[in-house]
Design a protein around this ligand. Structure first.
Ligand code: HEC
Ligand code: HEC
Length: 391
């Protein structure tokens, strides 16, 4: 119970960012906090092109004709996978459109949109963790400044130190990072992709932005998710979709934070932070108040069961998942609630169609898990659902 409260607060912070990302930039009529509600309108009509066009075709990665879609709309310079000829370009694509590092590490402007002048320059006080602060008070965890500024960012860190922070949760002084930073999932990323991310971080503008230390110490990094516990595709190796699903497993579990948000968290010191027996089965709570969402949203939004069970994605086609990522619209044409960073204004809106399709092929071919998660149904200001408590 206390556990879910802690997690809820943690996640809420992240969601706040994601939620506001949805409402940023060029979405014209929609209000700054109307975020995902407004998103539905624009995405509804655009749904066809991403879903139909890209995913329908094939999973052949040979021709990297992925549109990379709406990346440009985020206001962040576009970086699609086909352009990734150097490690830094690959890193840029991963940071912006797969790993969504900016959701936590870029501060928001007052209207909720990302402050691109401070791209990856840290986010003071973003997360509050009850009980971990001084005298059992609130612990404050701030995503740090990742720009190459020497005094306030990573300017004096070696490449190896930055890589250890991302993969192992240890900083340049050997101190442990609190496991809101998802190093316990990034740990299973390839060394090449981690190097690519480091290479990209060295190319971004240095921004002087001092971020406060946390007000408590983390005794040790959380253990990484054991690779053997990540669900495998059930497709036969001879299945034409097998290679795509294997690529999707890598992306969904270890590079993009899908597994992180769609698995119940565990807050036991020394334990892996995710309940891997329920990997991808959803049910992790996110709190609307902490995300500063308008009252049309229920107080608690749960991540969906994205295994192919009838309580999850059974009956979905790969294209439907691609459409969620690129357009923020689900199979029934409803907009997906925050904090998932979807649609033209979210990080995943710029994910390459090939990567999105690989993730879809993977999720639809893992073993189904039963978990009937309440769906987020925004109202038009009506009363919130009767039972919104976590437990
Ligand atoms: C869910 C939010 C979240 C996401 C997503 C996230 N981070 Fe972090 N990150 C944090 C937080 C919070 C900290 C601070 C942890 C602490 O100090 O205990 C942090 C710390 C770090 C640090 C250590 C910096 C320092 O000065 O100690 C590095 C490096 C880092 N993150 C890189 C990344 C990269 C690269 C990505 C994307 C691949 C990423 N993070 C994604 C939340 C996040
Ligand atoms: C920051 C947390 C977060 C991240 C990261 C995230 N999701 Fe989600 N996702 C959610 C939440 C919360 C919902 C439920 C929203 C709702 O009910 O409208 C959701 C809904 C979905 C849905 C719609 C399911 C349905 O039944 O309508 C799909 C599909 C999905 N996510 C797939 C993914 C994939 C694939 C990734 C990684 C590329 C991912 N998610 C990353 C939080 C997240």
């Amino acid at each position: 119970m206390e556990t879910s409260r802690v997690l809820g607060v943690i996640l809420a912070g992240m969601l706040a960012l994601a939620a506001s990302a949805c409402s940023s930039s060029d979405s014209g009529g929609m209000g700054p906090t109307g975020g995902s509600g407004g998103n539905a309108g624009s995405a509804g009509s655009a749904g066809q092109d991403a879903g139909g066009g890209s995913a329908g075709s094939q999973s052949d990665a040979g021709d990297a004709s992925a549109e990379g879609g709406a990346a440009g709309d985020s206001g962040i310079e576009d970086a699609t996978e086909e352009e990734a000829s150097t490690p830094a370009q690959r890193g840029e694509y991963l940071v912006k459109h797969v790993s969504a590092c900016g959701d936590c590490h870029t501060p928001r402007k007052q209207d909720g949109s990302p402050d691109l002048a401070k791209w990856l320059a840290g986010n003071p006080g973003m997360f509050e963790v009850p009980g971990l602060g001084p005298d059992g008070g609130v612990g404050i965890v701030s995503p740090k400044n990742l720009t190459p500024d020497v005094a306030t960012g990573l300017g004096s860190w070696t490449d190896a130190q930055i890589k250890s922070a991302i993969l192992d949760g240890v900083d340049d002084e050997g101190k442990a990072l609190f496991p809101i930073m998802p190093y316990y999932v990034f740990h299973n990323m390839t060394s090449e992709d981690a190097d690519a991310i480091v290479a990209y971080l060295k190319t971004i503008p240095a921004v002087s932005n001092a971020i406060p230390e946390n007000n408590f110490d983390t005794p040790a990094p959380a253990p990484p998710v054991p690779a053997a516990e990540i669900p495998d595709t059930t497709l036969a190796t001879t299945d034409p979709g097998y290679a795509s699903a294997v690529r999707g497993k890598y992306l969904a579990s270890s590079v993009a934070p899908c597994m992180e948000c769609h698995t119940l968290h565990v807050q036991t010191p020394g334990a892996v932070p995710l309940d891997m027996t329920k990997a991808f089965a959803g049910g992790e709570p996110f709190y609307s108040a902490a995300m500063h969402l308008p009252p049309i949203f229920p107080p608690v939004i749960y991540s969906a069961n994205i295994t192919p069970d009838t309580t999850g994605l059974a009956g979905w086609a790969p294209d439907n998942i691609v459409t969620v990522l690129h357009q923020g619209v689900d199979k029934d044409g409803h907009s997906v609630c925050p904090p998932m960073p979807v649609g033209p204004q979210g990080a995943f809106g710029g994910m390459s169609s090939i990567d999105a399709l690989d993730i879809a092929n993977y999720l639809l071919s893992i073993a189904p898990k039963v978990n009937d998660v309440p769906k987020c149904e925004p109202s038009d200001g009506g009363p919130p659902p009767a039972d919104a408590s976590t437990e």
